[in-house]
Design a binder for this molecule. Structure first.
Ligand code: CA
Length: 226
């Protein structure tokens, strides 16, 4: 994959470059938020590895800007240990996943590989789903409600795809973490709730009474129309 690494700490930046290059990826570096927000718009990048604490423009804002222009580009955030707020803000800004610093080489490569697999596993057939006044084109990570075009992140698309494929039953948060996030055991189920809440705001006519992704008490979530 062609990866944009956004990190201002030289030691970590070098480590990430070596690690990902040795694993066969192409990498480019950005050392501050402004550069990252500009380079991230380049369509040749397939993944962005994004630190949050950055000079000039913080990673959350960088994420928001890149996400706006490239809705389906996978973005992996690097967050400081214990900073739950950073994780939530990152996910709200459209990041697909996060890795907590300090991370091991194997953990990071596993996350990157999981993202690469997800990109490749998108079926070539169009995935059109119509429900509750919303028309989804999951293969292209977009939805449409009336004349409004709604851009979906890779993660949001993954959630919709999984729930729709298993619409005859409810799906637990743990299952979503495993299937859509390829999650490590330390990931919290709150991650799922934050992402679903954002998604509902984008796709539901009334997010307070969702019809497309419904909550199933004591279990998790389900596709609204079985
Ligand atoms: Ca930093």
């Amino acid at each position: 994959m062609n990866i944009l690494i956004v990190e201002d700490e030289p030691v970590l930046r070098e480590g990430l470059t070596d690690l990902l290059s040795n694993a066969g990826h192409q990498v480019e570096l950005a050392g501050d938020g402004l550069t990252a927000a500009q380079r991230g718009l380049d369509p040749s990048f397939e993944l962005v590895l994004l630190d949050i604490m950055l000079p000039k423009l913080n990673g959350i804002e960088v994420c928001r800007r890149i996400r706006k222009a490239r809705p389906s580009l996978p973005i992996l955030m690097l967050t400081a240990m214990g900073s739950e707020e950073d994780k939530v803000r990152g996910l709200s800004a459209g990041a697909d996943d996060y890795v907590t610093k300090p991370f091991g080489a194997r953990e990071l490569l596993a996350r990157v590989d999981a993202m690469a697999r997800r990109i490749k596993s998108v079926p070539a057939e169009p995935e059109i789903i119509e429900t509750n006044g919303c028309r989804f084109d999951l293969g292209r990570c977009v939805a449409k409600r009336g004349n409004q075009i709604i851009d979906l992140t890779a993660r949001e698309t993954g959630i919709l795809r999984w729930l729709h494929q298993h619409r005859s039953r409810a799906v637990s948060r743990a299952e979503l973490l495993e299937q859509v996030w390829a999650a490590q055991p330390d990931m919290e189920t709150r991650t799922v709730d934050v992402t679903v809440a954002n998604l509902r705001h984008k796709i539901e006519r009334n997010p307070a009474t969702p019809r497309i992704i419904v909550s199933v008490k004591g279990v998790g979530y389900a596709w609204g129309e079985p």
